[in-house]
Design a protein. Structure first.
Lengths: 241, 381
């Protein structure tokens, strides 16, 4: 019973994950035997010096980059076990993973509503369901009045919030955020991080956020750090929010 | 569902339209080239169609009078006229020369025919002013494009000719404007030399030209007779070459304009290929401009099919707009060409199909780029 509960609460499990580039003498190992488990609704920070493999790890977790070895489980589905077990990695991303980037990277020729609804429509969801969800997300982000605007008409901070809305629009299990506050000042960065943390609680979604800013780490439930190709995981006991 | 192609086009509409119009101008030239070819084919047949003759009797072993020079005696018309199955037979001459008037210089073909004959040489449907010839001398009917006015006098050789009729849409197989005089006047013009030339010829022992020579005898066939049979019979009895109307038209198409049409055909094919290459390059460049967006779309999970569909749709819309603007451009400029341009809707539809199918192939470069784009490019700035 307890085991089932744990299983239902599982968001992502990483076992013996290895990534190296090249072969023979030119072989470069980036991640060597990563093991960690993330639960639903957790806000996770990922820190490491530049070039330590943050983006590589993020790409593997997002099923964009194939690991060299190991096992990745998302929810209850084993997606990689020394080889990809999913037929369509893009379908997996479309249905289970949301992405937030350093810059907002909204599609410039789509308005805000279209940027947000693109993925749910691609997933075959009905207009009624999508409209209801978009309204809910936009109300939550206090951006409802911007639905018909183009990305070029909004500020950087507003666009970053829209990028968060896009990441939430397909009801993902996990959101991978690659330095989402890099382009923002401290005040806005804290505001975005608080928002992300609230989202993990209210939407029961796991967010892994890459950051260079140590000041944002107290907001995280867990902090993953890459040291000497190994992943160190620390639970944050201080409940900042 | 969101149509990415329409959204992308709307976002940069003016740029897209400018590109489509530029390609359209190129396609317009292709359309004009096809029109030039069709015009040549039309012109090649227009005179033979206008002259209501069933058979053409010309000099033996020649392809006259258009594909090769032909000279026969005028009185041959009597011999032809007595052949079984022949209704009427008349002489006709053709002479091409350069003319000049206050409106400019141009090339004309002067046709000499019997004004009192039974065979219609001037197509009355094309007579827009005045009348056909009613006198044996010094009357002339001219093509509208020569800019001569009704009642105006034209000096040809040593004589002046009064313009009594103006025709439209009448050209020779080479596209030259037509003029019509009596066969007597035409013979004088063709065979009357200057005094200096006559003296020079006499010193060489050459007698003057024979005004009783004509270029061909045209004849109409009685009902119930087959022109081909009559033609073969006349060939057998007169030792002349005889062409039916259809054979004469075929001769014009196969011998007279064959090389020109091939040349234009080659140009057209090259221009179509150039247009397709340009469309492919434009689409490839447009894809490259969107490569960041494409990698983001791929990363967040949008399938290749959806992105490729956007590329194909944009290419097809570009092709359709370019074709439309090309047609408008062609219709706008066709009037400025000195020779006939015939724009057929069947040609336009064929070109449209070629451009549409080629556009889809051209978009393959862009699609290849889409497939090759690494979604990881979106991560890490």
């Amino acid at each position: 019973m307890e085991n089932n509960k744990m299983k239902n609460n599982l968001s992502m499990k990483i076992e013996n994950l290895v990534k190296s580039f090249g072969e023979g003498d030119s072989k470069v190992s980036v991640i060597d035997g990563a093991n960690f488990t993330l639960n639903k609704g957790e806000f996770v920070g990922l820190v490491a010096p530049s070039g330590a493999g943050k983006t590589t790890l993020l790409m593997m977790l997002g099923c964009v980059l194939e690991p060299t070895a190991g096992k990745i489980t998302i929810g209850n589905e084993v997606v990689y076990d020394n080889k990809w077990l999913v037929k369509d990695d893009r379908e997996l991303r479309r249905k289970k993973i949301g992405f937030i980037f350093q810059a907002h990277y909204l599609i410039p020729f789509l308005n805000i509503e279209e940027n947000i609804t693109l993925l749910p429509y691609e997933n075959g969801e009905s207009k009624e369901i999508v409209s209801k969800r978009v309204k809910e997300i936009m109300d939550y982000l206090d951006m409802t009045d911007k639905l018909k605007n183009m990305p070029s008409e909004l500020s950087g901070g507003q666009n970053q919030r829209i990028a968060i809305a896009r990441a939430l629009a397909n009801n993902p299990d996990i959101i991978l955020a690659d330095e989402p506050t890099a382009a923002l000042d401290k005040q806005r960065a804290v505001s975005v991080v608080k928002m992300l943390k609230n989202i993990t609680r209210e939407k029961n979604v796991t967010i892994i956020m890459v950051t260079h800013d140590d000041r944002l780490l107290p907001y995280c439930d867990k902090v993953l750090s890459i040291k000497d190709k190994k992943i160190d995981i620390k639970e944050n006991k201080n409940e900042t929010i | 569902m969101i149509n990415l192609a329409i959204k992308d086009i709307n976002h940069s509409l003016s740029k897209f339209l400018a590109t489509a119009i530029s390609v359209g101008i190129l396609l317009g030239i292709v359309i004009i080239m096809i029109g030039v070819y069709r015009g040549m084919v039309f012109d090649a047949k227009v005179l033979v169609n206008d002259i209501k003759a069933d058979i053409w009797v010309v000099q033996q072993n020649t392809l006259g009078p258009f594909a090769q020079t032909s000279k026969v005696h005028e009185d041959l018309k009597n011999q032809i006229g007595y052949q079984e199955g022949v209704k009427h037979a008349e002489a006709i001459t053709f002479q091409t020369f350069q003319m000049e008037n206050k409106y400019g210089d141009f090339k004309v073909m002067l046709i000499g025919y019997d004004p009192f004959g039974k065979i219609q040489v001037i197509n009355k449907d094309k007579l827009v002013e005045g009348r056909t010839l009613r006198k044996q001398h010094f009357e002339i009917v001219v093509s509208q494009k020569t800019n001569y006015k009704l009642g105006e006098y034209i000096k040809l050789g040593r004589d002046k000719f009064k313009v009594v009729g103006i025709t439209t849409d009448t050209v020779s197989n080479s596209g030259d404007f037509l003029m019509f005089t009596s066969i007597q006047d035409a013979s004088v013009l063709q065979f009357t030399y200057t005094n200096e030339r006559i003296r020079s010829d006499e010193q060489r022992g050459i007698k003057g030209g024979n005004p009783h020579l004509v270029n061909a005898i045209i004849a109409q066939i009685k009902d119930g007779y087959n022109p081909k049979d009559i033609a073969r019979n006349i060939e057998h009895t007169t030792h002349k070459k005889v062409f039916t109307k259809d054979e004469q038209k075929m001769l014009l198409l196969q011998k007279v304009i064959k090389k020109s049409s091939k040349q234009i055909g080659m140009f057209t094919v090259i221009l179509i290929i150039v247009s397709i290459v340009i469309i492919a390059l434009i689409i490839y460049t447009m894809t490259l401009e969107k490569i960041k967006e494409i990698s983001i779309l791929k990363l967040i999970g949008i399938p290749n099919f959806t992105i490729s569909k956007m590329i194909i749709q944009e290419t097809m819309i570009l092709g359709i707009l370019a074709f439309g603007s090309g047609n408008i451009f062609a219709y706008l400029i066709m009037g400025g060409f000195p020779k006939r341009i015939v724009l057929l809707s069947s040609d336009a539809f064929s070109l449209f199909a070629i451009i549409l199918i080629s556009s889809v192939f051209a978009s393959l470069f862009g699609i290849y780029k889409v497939i090759k784009t690494d979604p990881a490019e979106a991560i890490g700035g």
